[in-house]
Write a protein that binds this ligand. Structure first.
Ligand SMILES: Nc1ncnc2c1ncn2[C@@H]1O[C@H](COP(=O)(O)OP(=O)(O)OP(=O)(O)O)[C@@H](O)[C@H]1O
Ligand SMILES: [Mg+2]
Length: 250
């Protein structure tokens, strides 16, 4: 049984010719934060295309625009200029409700600080997006239990986040990100709050997801982790200054 494949219509339906089959395609994306007195040019013309099943890391100095870029990819923020096709749809043409809908259906987020709800169990955290989606009780239970097996936490499902280690909390967050079978998983420094060992384990989990054909984009400041992805995009001063496949080291 594989819940991951083929549930979200990754079959080219509704995609315009310009979007081809890319999961995302950005052209000349700019982002200016206008905070009154100062304007910050966080992105200064970014072109980026990610195909299905790619495993991409975004690296670069602090303040270079990585989170800004990931937030725009994830429709948490909108660009100030340029074109952004997500799964063939021009994001600039969508309203707030449509953006929220796209986020829920197509994107799974994993954050540095896990962002789990502390009052409810790990199980309930993972179940939440399925409840919002209106998935029936039986399918919900099967899927949540299966997700916990996938992330290696079946024995901790009914614990609350506070009773889990950082690495375990991040596994729960990854299970939650996968709940609605998104076309794209985005992670902003997912290992940033973990020690080296737990960070490596989380990266192994991402590697497994990549092997299953998931499309993954993650930010990391850890070059060793970045080298375990298949493509490294280096951002500097709001621009992509390098975009290279990772070559296997002998
Ligand atoms: N909401 C905001 N309002 C104003 N400026 C912002 C905002 N968010 C980010 N910036 C600015 O935009 C630039 C890029 O920030 P961003 O968070 O994308 O960097 P980053 O590469 O993710 O850095 P880090 O590695 O420290 O997380 C920075 O100069 C930052 O100060
Ligand atoms: Mg950041």
């Amino acid at each position: 049984m594989n819940f991951f494949i083929g549930k979200n219509g990754r079959k080219g339906d509704g995609r315009g010719a310009a979007g081809a089959s890319a999961v995302l395609s950005m052209n000349a994306i700019r982002k200016v934060y206008d905070t009154g007195a100062v304007k910050v040019e966080a992105l200064r013309g970014v072109d980026l295309t990610v195909q299905p099943s790619e495993f991409v890391s975004i690296v670069g100095p602090s303040g270079s625009g990585k989170s800004t870029l990931l937030n725009i990819i994830g429709c948490l923020d909108v660009p100030s200029g340029g074109s952004y096709l997500l799964d063939g749809e021009e994001v600039a043409e969508l309203g707030i409700d449509e953006l929220a809908d796209i986020r829920n259906r197509k994107i799974g987020f994993v954050f540095q600080s896990f962002n789990l709800l502390p009052q409810i169990t790990a199980y309930e955290n993972v179940e939440m997006p399925l409840l919002f989606k209106g998935t029936g009780a039986r399918e919900r239970r099967e899927r949540v239990e299966w997700l916990f097996e996938q992330v290696g936490l079946a024995d901790r499902m009914h614990h609350r986040p506070v009773e889990l280690s950082g690495g375990q909390m991040q596994r729960v967050a990854i299970a939650r990100a996968l709940a609605c079978d998104p076309a794209l998983i985005l992670a902003d420094e997912p290992t940033g709050n973990l020690d080296t060992g737990a960070g490596r384990d989380i990266l192994s989990l991402f590697e497994q997801l990549a092997e299953q054909g998931r499309t993954l984009v993650l930010i990391t400041h850890d070059n060793a982790l970045a080298r375990r992805t298949r493509r490294i995009v280096r951002v500097q001063d709001g621009r992509i200054v390098e975009d290279e496949p990772v070559t296997a080291v002998a």
